[in-house]
Design a protein around this ligand. Structure first.
Ligand code: C2E
Ligand code: CA
Ligand code: CA
Length: 703
């Protein structure tokens, strides 16, 4: 055993001697000091295991040695007192003295035992202090970790009261920590009302199972007023006596969450308009179908909207304008709906409106009418007014539907019927439409093939001067030489071709054939030099930006003078292309091509409009001619048209002449030209050539 060093501070020599004697037999080295000053000096020189010190010393009190630096144990001091100093002794013990003894000779001789006990006591003290220090250190470490962490940590008791909140709470939610304490988390007004129930349920589930943990995301009102997404993981430590709570670890995940939501939004929404897309619509639609099947009282309706002539907007004004128009239309559609309805964009100019819970078909129709009426108000973009209309197919939802695609298909079919019936209208789907649609689809496929294989040919119907009877030209009329069905007239395919966007391709094939034929006639038939051929131009063709150049190119290719070509346009085609129609016509006409207004009298018949247009000819619609013999009314109209045309220096052609009396009447009115079955049927090119060669057409006047 190592030597024990003891400092004895005693001013009375007799007592010191007694003490020295007491330690003689032990392995204790005793150093003596007779005053406080000397004791301090000794202490400065070496360290002692124990100090045995008299309370009353010449230069002060022994307990002064007990004064310790902060956090340090006081020196290991055993105090000795005389009688009557007990009060001071008790105070000294409180100040950290290891022991005290009342100084009697007997006690002094007992010193070794006292010292031994004091040293034991001291050892325990030191050990306890070291343990406490270690604990304090690790606590400091953990606290630092928690407090420096960007995650916030709270401890919540089983009643949902927040017992501890780490300082980073402040960063996450913006409130001072103190404000968070002792507030219940479940009814907590800072949690978003829509998330509160989820949080509450999860918490109650969590506290039932000690040791379990769960993660949840919810929104919290930040001190700045905005919502933050929080991801929180709660661990049940209720059984741990040191914690007795749920440790909740949470952090701000707003940025990630917003990104997720944006992505989610992107998957389910149309990027251009922000409206739900087909996927989201299908989801809502299948929910509506399911509800329909569960509840016979519930109905929904689907409106399939396709904008009319939208492609022309894109073609004529460019896609950026088209896009902005779509955005404006989307906003407009969205505004006419109730919150429960879904307005989706399927792509292009197709929109779908799902009307939730509509009581009747009539109600669905009312809404469709309201939407169409709203749409029809002109839209302004860059100071330009756009007139928008849509063709709408309506399906009333019933339990007969099982898949969203079925409903969409039927609505699409009804929409097509609305288009075919003249656009800017709605059609309610009924079963019979399905067959029509299938036939239409088959026809469209066949037409595409026919365009690719150039199955179209041109028939030529003679036009004569009804005064002289001389042939002045032909109208070129397209025919489809169908491989199995024979020669088909435009009524059998032109509408479908137009919807399928095939009209201009067919139109160019016609124009090309006509030019080739004209060149051929001019080469082979001398009388063909003064011949003109009238070609019908579809509205679509007329709107093509390269129309002029293509026609000029064709004429040059076949070395034809422009005057041989007459372009027939309907009034409605001109009206559809209100922008600069006159300028386009003027350009063609300046080049030398003639312009005719076809089917005059059926369309808008704005005479004032007509006066402004650079045209050469008007063709009076067959309907007026048919009625000539029946009503005085149509006689008056035809006679007015003829007079007007003559005063404007325009040629007039009467179409659809089938009887001699029609020709007589028309001639009496001063109409110059005529065309009709009585004069000649539309003929294949070879027959027309024969007519030309033999000069076979000559309607002989009675005069
Ligand atoms: P449209 O321009 O009014 O052509 C006259 C139509 O009346 C022709 O019908 C012709 O066959 C028919 N027709 C002529 N005389 C008589 C008659 O005395 N009585 C009766 N009932 N009908 C008569 P088609 O060939 O069936 O053409 C129908 C329409 O198709 C044309 O009406 C025209 O709008 C359009 N079309 C024809 N060919 C073309 C073409 O190449 N391009 C374009 N875009 N449209 C064309
Ligand atoms: Ca025509
Ligand atoms: Ca016509």
């Amino acid at each position: 055993m190592a030597t024990i060093h003891i400092l004895l501070v005693e001013d009375e020599a007799a007592h010191a001697e007694l003490a020295q004697r007491a330690f003689e037999q032990s392995d204790v080295t005793l150093t003596l000091a007779a005053s406080l000053g000397e004791a301090r000096q000794r202490l400065a020189e070496q360290s002692f295991d124990l100090i045995v010190c008299d309370l009353c010393l010449p230069d002060g009190r022994g307990d002064e040695l007990l004064m310790a630096a902060d956090g340090q144990l006081p020196l290991p001091v055993v105090l000795m007192t005389g009688h009557g100093d007990e009060r001071i002794a008790v105070a000294a013990l409180k100040a950290g003295a290891l022991d005290y003894l009342v100084k009697t000779p007997a006690v002094l001789l007992e010193l070794p035992r006292i010292v031994e006990r004091a040293l034991r006591e001291r050892r325990l003290l030191v050990e306890r202090q070291q343990a406490e220090q270690a604990l304090r250190q690790s606590e400091r470490l953990f606290r630092a970790m928690i407090e420096r962490s960007s995650d916030a940590i709270s401890i919540v008791d089983r009643y949902g009261q927040i017992r501890y909140a780490s300082p980073s709470t402040r960063h996450v939610v913006g409130y001072p920590v103190e404000g968070m304490l002792d507030r219940p988390i479940d009814g907590f007004e800072l949690i978003h009302p829509k998330d509160r129930n989820r949080v509450r349920h999860l918490f109650h589930e969590l506290i039932l199972h000690p040791g379990s943990s769960a993660t949840i995301e919810f929104r919290v009102r930040h001190a700045d007023g905005g919502w933050r997404w929080i991801e929180a993981t709660g661990s049940n430590w209720l059984d741990d006596p040191a914690v007795q709570g749920v440790i909740v670890n949470y952090r701000d995940v707003t940025e990630r969450k917003l990104m997720e939501l944006r992505l989610q939004h992107g998957i389910l929404h149309d990027a251009l308009t922000g409206l739900p897309n087909r996927l989201l619509l299908s989801d809502r639609l299948s929910q509506a179908i399911k509800r329909c099947q569960r509840n016979s009282q519930y109905h929904f309706a689907l409106l399939f909207l396709d904008l009319d002539h939208f492609k022309f907007v894109n073609d004529s004004f460019g896609h950026p304008v088209g896009d902005r128009l779509l955005i404006a239309i989307a906003a407009r559609l969205n505004c006419c709906l109730r919150a429960v309805d879904t307005c989706a964009r399927l792509g292009g100019d197709e929109f779908v409106v799902l009307l939730d819970n509509v009581e009747s078909q009539a109600a669905a129709i009312r809404i469709a009418e309201r939407i169409m009426q709203r749409l029809s108000r002109p839209l302004e973009l860059d100071g330009r007014l756009f007139h928008v209309s849509a063709s709408v197919g309506i399906v009333f939802g019933s339990a007969a539907y099982h898949e969203p695609a079925e409903v969409l298909r039927d609505a699409d079919i009804a929409m097509y019927q609305a288009k075919a019936a003249g656009k800017a209208r709605y059609m309610v789907f009924h079963e019979a439409m399905r067959e029509t649609a299938q036939a239409r689809l088959a026809l469209e496929l066949e037409l595409r093939r026919a365009v690719a294989q150039h199955e179209f040919c041109v028939y030529y119907q003679p036009i004569i001067n009804i005064h002289s009877g001389a042939l002045v030209g032909f109208e070129a009329l397209v025919r489809w030489a169908h491989p199995t069905r024979g020669i088909l007239t435009p009524g059998a395919f032109l509408d479908v071709a137009e919807e399928a966007g095939l009209n201009d391709a067919i139109g160019w094939q016609v124009l090309e054939q006509v030019c080739r034929q004209l060149a051929e006639w001019r080469r082979a038939v001398p009388s063909a030099k003064s011949l003109t051929v009238s070609v019908n131009l579809s509205a679509r063709q007329f709107m093509l930006p390269d129309l002029y150049l293509r026609i000029v190119h064709l004429l040059e290719q076949y070395r034809l003078p422009p005057s041989v070509l007459k372009l027939e346009l309907t009034e409605s085609a001109l009206m559809e292309y209100s922008r600069d129609a006159a300028a386009v016509l003027a350009r063609l006409r300046d080049y030398g091509i003639q312009i005719a207004i076809d089917d005059f009298g059926v369309g808008y018949s704005s005479l004032s409009y007509l006066v402004q247009l650079p045209i050469d000819q008007i063709k009076i619609d067959r309907n007026f001619i048919v009625q000539l013999e029946q009503t005085h009314h149509s006689q008056a109209i035809v006679s007015a048209i003829v007079n007007l045309a003559r005063s404007l220096n325009l040629e007039v052609v009467a179409e659809g002449l089938e009887t001699a009396s029609q020709i007589e009447r028309i001639r009496a009115m001063g109409c110059e030209y005529g065309q009709g079955y009585l004069i000649g049927y539309p003929l294949p090119a070879d027959d027309a050539t024969r007519v030309l060669l033999n000069n076979a057409i000559r309607y002989h006047t009675e005069a």
